[in-house]
Design a protein around this ligand. Structure first.
Ligand code: 5RP
Length: 223
């Protein structure tokens, strides 16, 4: 079993009958959704909300009952991956481009469990470029404002085209290097009008399940 699968399948043990569950996006969340699908086939009764078209398609194919997030009040649990996580369970997310929906869903959940392989665990966030979702209108101004925060922003591409999120927006991948204060950076990003959302998840994940190459699992609880 690979390490992503190891972490993902452990996290699915936290899913209980009757729960409303948020389904993350990415190659680690993929394994969690597969495992939830297996458990649904074995009789687990849950309803789920997907954070991307890809996760929705996967869940539908596995027979996981889906609802629109707008049609329910709250989720019990969301299981999602991350691009980086630190010891305070601050995350960088959005490598897969789904950060906006992922943040809406995670913040509407009683609990978020982050699943990752050990390479994602870092002392200081920022080696992974921070994804920032921006509106296409006057994106040049928004990118210039991002650069003033001390990063090198790069508009994400998909082949010849600019990458579009499921919400029709662009992603600027911002190379900051070491992020000394994630909360301060988050506040600065939120002040830029063209920024829809950024990939810093602070105070959202309450548990991390980290799969290791030696086959063990580390569980980190937020303070
Ligand atoms: C998607 C995400 C993913 O959770 C993140 O990119 C990790 O992906 P993977 O599990 O494939 O490494 O934030 O927007």
């Amino acid at each position: 079993m690979n390490v992503k699968q190891l972490a993902a399948e452990k996290a699915v043990e936290y899913v209980q009958d009757g729960m409303k569950v948020g389904l993350g996006t990415g190659s680690t969340a993929y394994y969690a959704i597969n495992k939830i699908g297996e458990r649904v086939k074995d009789g687990l009764r849950i309803t789920a909300v997907a954070t991307s078209q890809a996760s929705e398609d996967q869940a539908r194919a596995l027979g996981i009952p889906l609802v629109a997030f707008g049609d329910i009040d709250r989720l019990d649990l969301t299981i999602d991956g991350a691009d980086e996580l630190d010891g305070k369970l601050q995350l960088i997310k959005g490598g897969g481009g789904a950060l906006l929906r992922e943040k809406i869903v995670a913040m509407g959940s009683g609990r978020m469990i982050v699943i990752a392989d050990e390479n994602k665990a870092v002392d200081t966030l920022g080696k992974f470029p921070l994804p920032v979702e921006i509106v296409p209108f006057a994106w040049e101004w928004t990118v210039a404002a991002l650069a003033k925060l001390g990063c090198k922003p790069e508009l994400r591409r998909s082949g010849e085209e600019l990458y579009r999120t499921d919400n029709g927006n662009y992603i600027a991948d911002c190379h900051f290097g070491a992020i000394e204060s994630a909360p301060e950076l988050a506040a600065s990003l939120q002040r830029i009008p063209g920024v829809v959302e950024h990939g810093l998840f602070i105070g959202i994940a309450s548990l991390a399940i980290i799969g290791k190459k030696d086959g063990s699992i580390e569980i980190v609880e937020a303070e």
